[in-house]
Design a binder for this molecule. Structure first.
Ligand SMILES: [Zn+2]
Length: 220
């Protein structure tokens, strides 16, 4: 069904192109959470927040900042079902992968899961869609290894503390996937505090993953 809609959208809007994505997430940024730093810094650094915080993820990276055309494209894809944007978002995710992670070995891409109720309502999981694009391009398997076991309130308007409370006990590993010894990349469209991706990483590490990092199209 989705493929069909995508094909029709491609026929109706053959020239539909999102404007040039901008701005890119560039160094200097925090080596852990990629928080950009306004002034040039010669050495790599960890921001004050990450200095205090216990992360399960070793790194979070994004291709762009969540602004302008990038933010528009993400919202249009996710909430207005503009399926013709999938290859563009996929390409933008791929750019970030090539920039930040391509030099290392990874075992699989793990999309951030949606609760089944929300997935049914939306009709697709945007994270899985763009992860599949990336997986095909860079030759990595996409494993939907995690599931939401309780519905969470949308995170967008919550503080960090509320996000963590909201996420507690909300994720579980799907049977049949063994993270033991694996190096995994969590994929999503956007991250704000990174709390969701980190909750995913915590479960995968608890089940024996060797390292878990995150990659999104954009960073808030
Ligand atoms: Zn940081």
């Amino acid at each position: 069904m989705r493929v069909w809609i995508e094909a029709v959208a491609g026929l109706i809007f053959p020239a539909a192109r999102p404007p040039r994505p901008w701005p890119r997430l560039e160094r200097p940024f925090c080596e852990r959470c990629a928080e950009p730093f306004p002034r040039p810094r010669p050495e790599s650094f960890v921001c004050a927040n990450c200095g205090k915080r216990k992360w399960s993820l070793t790194r979070l990276r994004a291709t762009y900042l969540e602004k302008g055309s990038v933010r528009e494209a993400i919202l249009a894809f996710k909430y207005r079902r503009q399926f013709h944007l999938r290859p563009w978002l996929g390409r933008w995710l791929e750019d970030g992968f090539r920039q930040h992670y391509a030099a290392e070995h990874w075992d699989a891409l793990i999309p951030v899961p949606l609760h089944p109720d929300r997935r049914r309502k939306r009709g697709f999981n945007q994270s899985a869609e763009i992860a599949r694009w990336l997986g095909q391009r860079v030759g990595l398997t996409v494993v939907e290894a995690l599931r939401r076991v309780k519905p969470t309130v949308p995170q967008a308007r919550l503080s960090r503390a509320e996000r963590l409370r909201n996420l507690r006990g909300s994720l579980a590993l799907v049977g049949g996937f063994d993270p033991q010894g694996k190096r995994l990349v969590i994929c999503d469209d956007v991250f704000t505090t990174g709390a969701t991706a980190d909750a995913c990483a915590r479960i995968l590490l608890r089940e024996g993953a060797k390292e878990v990092v995150a990659l999104t199209v954009a960073r808030r």
